[in-house]
Design a protein around this ligand. Structure first.
Ligand code: GLA
Length: 424
């Protein structure tokens, strides 16, 4: 467990423990936190399993939260930088029914585990149970009254594979609870921030806004170019400063979210699981964040978005390399957007490769199994490949030109819609 996680109060459990069904394994990527909505690794599909079997009372809301793939822009979100994710079609579904005894009752159907807690101020616990408790606590603190519910959670995402099953769970929980409690459509930018705080303050992962924003704003056929600084600064709806594009009407760039058409033609994007569970306890995610904060201190800036290109040379190692990654990764997001707009998929492949090299050599977040997976997909003819998510394991994203044979276990990924309510 890293410092930030312990400080988060959730005291989340490490991947090395908790391999029983009452407390599911903690896959380890920040944001991939042992949540029950994901499916066990290597047997990821649990389709068609009815959520909430045995539950009584009318279903009041059903909500779906998608996982995400990040094309490029890794470890930039908490540095006020750029990312290029898309929501995928796999995710987590939460089904709500009234709870008549005033308690919140949560059933993680796929792992056969339960949680029961009082509202509106749930006590803190460790592991997957901190997600629903954190969502209830922070929605309540934000002024929403949340009615007691019986919640059934099911999922189709592989857990700990870097596809952000935890953000998918948070989004599904929040949308289900809000609808169950009679609230209308929330301000999604605010909700993304609130759910990111669930990770920070309840689960103990000091993650940024990437995953929740991708899950809440997914758009079929599109990746989302996120400018996290603009996301944080964008005015709330109805408060757009006059004279700006936002005032003129929902200009995506002004809100920090710009859809970019992801037109692959006959090319294919796939993820291949490296087989390494993200061991968050042992991972350096929170350490990387602390290094970036230290670099800012030494440079006298508030965020690495303000670092100039000479900044790495003024820093001791490894901080110089960390900053060099962040600066060049922001640039790679710009290059990827340009490549997509130009329909230049070989260039997109080169950007993926360069991102991987930087994550491996400058940010030091690769592991041998991820390297072996990257080498394997390249040998099969991928035009580009890189680790996806926080690193230290998880999946590799690969871009294949037409006519190439895909690895047997490859999972095709394509941009799907946002987190949403489903018919009851
Ligand atoms: C995890 C976190 C994100 C982001 C990525 C790295 O997925 O949840 O906030 O920092 O790692 O890009």
């Amino acid at each position: 467990m890293t410092d930030g996680r312990a400080a988060g109060g959730g005291g989340a459990r490490s991947a090395e423990v908790a391999l029983d069904s009452s407390v599911p394994p903690r896959p380890g990527e920040p944001g991939e936190s042992g949540e029950p909505g994901g499916s066990p690794r290597r047997s990821r599909m649990r389709r068609g399993r009815p959520a909430g079997r045995g539950g009584r009372g009318p279903v009041t809301a059903v909500a779906f939260g998608p996982g995400r793939v990040n094309l490029v822009g890794e470890h930039t979100d908490y540095n006020d930088g750029l990312c290029l994710p898309f929501a995928i079609e796999l995710g987590v579904t939460v089904r709500a029914r009234p709870s008549l005894d005033g308690l919140m009752r949560v059933h993680a159907v796929d792992i056969g585990a339960h949680d029961v807690f009082p509202t509106p101020v749930p006590p803190r616990v460790e592991g997957w149970r901190s997600f629903a408790r954190g969502v209830v606590a922070l929605l309540t603190a934000a002024g929403y009254s949340i009615h007691p519910a019986r919640l059934a959670i099911t999922g189709t995402l592989p857990r700990g594979a870097g596809l952000s099953s935890s953000a998918a769970l948070e989004v599904a929980l929040a949308l289900a609870l809000l609808a169950h409690s009679g609230h209308g459509e929330p301000d999604r930018r605010q909700l993304a921030g609130l759910l990111s705080r669930v990770e920070n303050e309840w689960v103990g992962a000091r993650t940024g806004l990437l995953d929740q924003t991708a899950s809440l704003f997914g758009r079929p056929g599109h990746a989302l170019c996120l400018d996290v600084r603009a996301l944080g600064a964008a005015p709330a709806p109805g408060q757009a400063p006059s004279g700006t594009a936002a005032a003129a009407g929902a200009e995506p760039a002004a809100t920090g979210i710009e859809p970019v058409r992801l037109d692959l033609g006959r090319w294919r994007l796939v993820t291949v699981d490296s087989g390494v569970r993200h061991a968050i306890a042992a991972s350096g995610y929170n350490t990387r964040r602390a290094e970036c904060a230290r670099a800012c201190e030494l440079l006298g800036i508030g965020s690495l978005r303000d670092a100039d290109e000479d900044a790495p040379g003024r820093l001791p190692e490894p901080l110089g390399r960390r900053v060099r990654h962040v600066l060049t990764e922001n640039e790679r997001v710009r290059l990827a957007v340009a490549a997509l707009r130009a329909g230049d998929l070989p260039e997109l492949g080169r950007v993926l490769d360069a991102s991987h090299a930087s994550l491996r050599d400058l940010y030091d977040v690769s592991v041998p199994e991820v390297e072996a997976t990257v080498a394997r997909v390249r040998a099969l003819g991928a035009a580009g490949a890189r680790m996806v998510g926080g690193g230290f394991g998880g999946s590799v994203l690969a871009l294949f030109p037409p006519g190439r044979r895909l690895p047997a276990e490859a999972m095709r990924v394509a941009p799907g819609g946002p987190g949403r309510l489903l018919p009851r």
